[in-house]
Design a protein around this ligand. Structure first.
Ligand code: NAD
Length: 246
């Protein structure tokens, strides 16, 4: 066991209000590409989408002005229905079960934390597993957009059915943000993992953390500062957490 892993183990043993703040890197070991890594969605070439900026394909403007493009991209790249949780999701679920971890704040939309058994998960960018009608609000099952034969799926009321995710140009869900901010401000240890911390306002939420231990587990080194104890571990988050298991 390396010194860093030993230190992380000690921090976890001594903490009883841990919050985890994560992003797309948490799910790469499940086979879901992140955005900004070299194999990430932003670096994949696909003739159908190459003429668009990735941010546009994930924006409210694209959904409204070019819905066929938006739904084609969503169907091709956002289908995580058959993906399974990895060691990172499973470890965090166990940490919650042990009463150590109080909440997960995730930017991910894949529902993998809940699939692994985590109960308190604030999805600040929503979830691709939920869909709703933009006109009457009716909810639709997670398969709806993927199995619909219409290029742009509709509800019987005539409204468009869209995924319950926060697109660029849209505001974050109030209830999830409120829960996330409360959990972060009460935590004694914050573990940040698998995120480039460049998507705002999500990344700014870590500033609500007032506790002592800040742990960062990421493939690339992040530029974070902290007035308390800061531990940075560079590596794959699933592999790092696996080394903590007894
Ligand atoms: P990002 O792509 O900007 O950054 C991912 C970060 O994770 C990078 O720093 C990368 O080095 C690191 N990383 C990749 N694999 C890792 C691993 N196995 N262990 C540790 N670190 C790893 O992603 P982001 O910061 O989450 O921001 C982009 C937005 O992407 C978020 O808003 C999120 O909604 C969305 N997104 C979600 C999913 C998903 O739901 N699985 C997938 C792609 C993008």
């Amino acid at each position: 066991m390396t010194k860093e892993i030993e230190e992380l183990k000690k921090i976890i043993e001594e903490s009883d209000n841990i919050v985890f703040f994560g992003g797309a890197g948490v799910s790469t070991e499940s086979g879901v590409p992140d955005f900004r890594s070299k194999d990430g969605l932003y670096n994949q070439h696909d003739i159908r989408f190459d003429k668009y900026r990735p941010e546009y394909l994930l924006s409210h403007s694209c959904l409204v002005y070019e819905p066929e493009v938006y739904y084609e991209f969503h169907r091709q790249k956002m289908d995580t229905r058959n993906i399974q949780p990895n060691a990172a999701h499973k470890y965090l679920a166990k940490l919650e079960e042990r009463g150590k971890l109080k909440a997960i704040v995730t930017q991910n939309i894949d529902g993998l934390h809940q699939k692994a058994g985590s109960k308190v998960v604030y999805e600040i960018h929503g979830s691709a597993l939920r869909n709703y009608c933009t006109k009457c609000g009716k909810e639709f099952p997670e398969d709806y957009i993927f199995t619909s034969t219409e290029p742009v799926p509709h509800c019987e009321c005539g409204g468009t059915v869209r995924p319950d995710i926060t697109l660029y140009e849209e505001s974050l869900p109030d209830d999830q943000v409120a829960g996330a901010v409360k959990a972060l401000s009460e935590a004694d240890t914050l573990i940040i993992g698998g995120t480039s911390l460049v998507v705002y306002p999500a990344a700014s939420f870590i500033n609500y953390f007032r506790g002592n231990n800040l742990v960062v587990i990421n493939l690339e080194r992040l530029d974070v500062s902290h007035r308390g104890n800061l531990l940075q571990i560079q590596g794959k988050i699933g592999e790092v957490f696996s080394q903590l298991e007894d």
